[in-house]
Design a protein around this ligand. Structure first.
Ligand SMILES: CC(C)[C@H](C(=O)O)[C@@H](O)C(=O)O
Ligand code: SF4
Length: 774
């Protein structure tokens, strides 16, 4: 549908506009969500919330679930049941909980015994579930990956997962428009991973905060869809809400024949293609932030530190504090060097490795494996390496690679050839680094402890990781002679591999073991929810000790490390808060230097961070849950990671953005003095204990209204049922390919249409008499 709005619009503006269900005067928008991906880590509490409130999943046809984070990557040849296959109890519980939930709510699910199972951001595009111009969400920060299709795709927290399951909408605000234009030709050995690492090095991990980045320019246009996905995947590491690339012929060609895309050549396909191509930014569209990158400045790039912005060309040396201007950056450098066990000035290529990991939602697609195999073929993994792993992103990627003989190339070279999953990207399964081990990794995060407590991560492209595996050190791929014999892959074979499972009814029947009627079968809740569906406490005035912290870019992996994400509850996470900093390595012994272990900060209700970008990284709502369980209800910082910022509000917490300057300094000084501080939300003021005003702050009116009144978004949104229904009618008319005509339809004979029941309920499940204003 051509956009009707007159002023020039960006790609982001167009997609956003086409999904508005309702807009408030203060800028809050109820946005319709076309595609919802679900995985086992961030969904259990959301499903529990639905069950406790007696709610159903509004659009099972627009929801796709899989397991990826917790699952072992060992052979599934002898897989019988999940209970027997997953040894670790908490991981097993998360997976079996999802298995139960997809049955209870009648959802399409790619489980352990399904070849289409894989990392959630790999399977969406692979199936054509991700389509241009759609809104895509998942309880996972790397949902940004799907922006490569010109979709508006972003990560959400668990409360928002529950909101989307119940209402197929989300409450959001407009983001800024940011353009990153990359022009020129990529030099040999340089890939899309190098582009995005370079961009993050230039703009920093907070560079895209509050913005949606549109990647454009001749270099981006020349990339394949898979290469584009690697770029959009890491937009989150640039601090952005999402990354997007305008759909073009390359996008359309990729979608041809994908099981859930409209059928090529059909009237729907033609209509869809015309719509997709209309989405590109208007020529005179305005951007709030513009960044220009010339490809000639991009070399094969690797990370040296503990933030994705800590990157250098492989020909460079490890930087030192003297290479940075401001004191915070010097301090961050010292800290990173210590953690990484590196000395400033060391040539990057002299850094020896222990492990190599080729996998993750950034780089575990077939093209990634092909590019690594080209480097590896006919060579051997260096003897100093303890482990070199290839973890395909999905069962179908694995199958395709095997059909091309890539598995043999890797196995002959001494790599392990694993089953699909997130694996050592974050190590929620048994694939982890031991303390002090150094790893060349094609993943996206090099935070402290990311791949295992004390582990050291260097980020790079698949070809660079392959080169590193052969050399045993960080290595320059341009010095390695690639194979010329390797099978480059036959496109026909690829399509067949992707289609095979989809034409088999027996497979589908086995996989979708779900009732065929539209009613969901909710078990009667046995425990009361601790979550937001049970209602939020009101936030008005908060008085208490404020713990001072002066670290920049505190990521959610640091706020709560991955080993604590295996819970299926929201409560009890206080002891896990800042675990690696609060306790000495490998023990329960407190680190006496950490602020929360000192008096009076053990009783903190507020956290004051003078460094920017608090809560960046992963979407885990476990971070605010851990803070809340510890007793902290308010965080004051110059800026926040977008998803974390949203997640705090959903839990009745108040994040306050206070720019660096005298006011923040005054609040930090008061915190350091050990005196109490008062946060007065109705008046938007922070005071000292004796009533002196220290700072004024801004807060969006709708969010303030919800906090002060203890209102829960789901109840409010359900009161807009008529508007959601009207939107869905228009959606079916204008974008008919978006209704579920895929797997579920095969069981249900015809497209899945939702017969919406206009019975709005409150957050406690009571039927609303009068619609609420939201
Ligand atoms: C588990 C999930 C919440 C998390 C994310 O949001 O990114 C994970 O995928 C990660 O990469 O840290
Ligand atoms: S970043 Fe890693 S852990 Fe997160 S979804 Fe991607 S592969 Fe999985």
């Amino acid at each position: 549908m051509p956009s009707a709005v007159k002023p020039p619009q960006t790609l982001y503006d167009k997609v956003f506009q086409d999904h508005i269900v309702e807009e408030q005067k203060d800028g809050s928008v109820l946005l319709y969500i076309d595609r919802h991906l679900v995985h086992e880590v961030t969904s259990p509490q959301a499903f529990e919330g639905l069950k406790n409130a007696g709610r159903r999943v509004r659009r099972p046809d627009c929801t796709l679930a899989t397991v990826d984070h917790n699952i072992p990557t060992s052979s599934r040849k002898n897989l019988t049941t999940t209970e027997k296959f997953i040894e670790e109890a908490d991981s097993r519980t998360q997976v079996t909980t999802l298995e139960q939930n997809v049955k209870d709510f009648d959802l399409t699910y790619f489980g352990l015994d399904d070849k289409r199972q894989g990392i959630v951001h790999i399977i969406g595009p692979e199936q054509g579930f991700t389509l241009p111009g759609t809104t895509v969400v998942c309880g996972d920060s790397h949902t940004s990956t799907h922006g490569a299709f010109g979709a508006l795709a972003f990560g959400i927290g668990t409360s928002e997962v529950e909101h989307v399951l119940a209402t197929q909408t989300i409450i959001t605000q407009r983001s800024k428009n940011m353009r990153v234009q990359v022009d020129g030709e990529l030099a040999p050995g340089v890939s899309s991973k190098d582009i995005i690492l370079h961009v993050i090095g230039v703009i920093g991990t907070a560079g895209g905060t509050g913005a949606v980045i549109e990647f454009c320019g001749s270099a981006i246009r020349s990339l394949s869809m898979e290469a584009r996905m690697s770029i959009c995947n890491m937009s989150i590491e640039a601090g952005a809400r999402a990354g997007m690339i305008a759909p073009d012929q390359i996008t359309i060609d990729y979608l041809k024949g994908k099981p859930l895309a409209p059928k090529e050549g059909s009237p729907e396909w033609k209509k869809a293609c015309a719509y997709w191509l209309s989405l590109k930014s208007d020529e005179d569209a305005k951007y709030d932030i513009d960044v220009f990158i010339d490809c000639k400045d991009i070399a094969p790039t690797v990370s040296w530190g503990t933030s994705p912005q800590d990157v250098v060309p492989i020909t460079g040396v490890v930087p030192g504090p003297d290479d940075f201007q401001d004191e915070a950056k010097k301090e961050a450098c010292r800290r990173a060097l210590k953690y990484m066990g590196l000395t400033a000035g060391t040539p990057m290529q002299e850094i020896a490795l222990d492990k190599v990991f080729i996998g993750s939602c950034t780089n575990a697609r077939i093209e990634d494996l092909r590019s690594a195999a080209r480097i590896v073929e006919g060579k051997r993994v260096a003897p100093n390496l303890k482990r070199a792993m290839i973890v395909p992103g999905s069962g179908l990627v694995k199958k395709q690679a095997e059909a091309e003989g890539l598995d043999r190339i890797f196995l002959d070279a001494g790599f392990e050839w694993r089953e699909a999953g997130c694996s050592m990207c974050l190590g929620m399964n048994p694939d982890i680094l031991s303390p002090g081990e150094r790893c060349a990794s094609t993943s996206n995060r090099n935070f402290e402890g990311r791949q295992g407590a004390g582990g050291r991560t260097h980020l790079m492209s698949p070809a660079m990781a392959a080169a590193a595996a052969i050399v045993g050190n960080l290595a320059d791929v341009r010095k390695i002679t690639p194979s010329t014999t390797q099978n480059k892959g036959s496109p026909k074979l690829e399509v067949e591999a992707h289609m095979e499972d989809l034409t088999s009814d027996e497979d589908l029947d086995r996989i979708i073991d779900a009732p065929v009627d539209q009613e969901s079968h909710h078990p009667v809740p046995t425990s009361s929810s601790t979550g937001t569906s049970a209602g939020m406490t009101k936030f008005t005035t908060l008085r208490g000790y404020a713990a001072p912290m002066d670290i920049s870019n505190i990521d959610t992996d640091a706020i709560i490390p991955k080993q604590f994400l295996k819970t299926i509850k929201r409560s009890g996470l206080g002891t896990a808060l800042f675990h690696a900093w609060r306790f000495e390595a490998g023990s329960d012994k407190e680190n006496p230097d950490f602020v929360l272990n000192k008096e009076p900060y053990r009783q903190s209700k507020i956290l004051v961070c003078t460094g920017p970008n608090f809560g960046c990284g992963s979407s885990r709502e476990h971070a605010p849950w851990a803070l809340l369980d510890f007793g902290i209800k308010c965080i004051i910082a110059p800026s926040f990671g977008d998803i974390f910022f949203n997640n705090t509000f959903k839990n009745g917490m108040l994040p306050i953005r206070l720019p660096q300057g005298p006011e923040l300094d005054a609040v930090a000084a008061e915190a350091k003095s050990g005196r109490e501080v008062e946060v007065d939300l109705p008046n938007q003021v922070i005071r000292s204990a004796d009533g002196k005003e220290l700072a004024k702050f801004e807060v969006e009116p709708f969010r303030k209204h919800c906090l002060v009144n203890g209102l829960d978004d789901i109840g409010l949104t359900m009161a807009s049922e008529d508007k959601i229904q009207s939107f869905e009618i228009r959606r079916t008319r204008e974008w008919p390919w978006l209704d579920g005509t895929g797997y579920l339809a095969r069981h249900r004979k015809g497209p899945v249409k939702i017969e919406a029941k206009a019975v709005p309920k409150t957050n406690r499940g009571e039927v609303l008499k009068e619609p609420l204003e939201w």
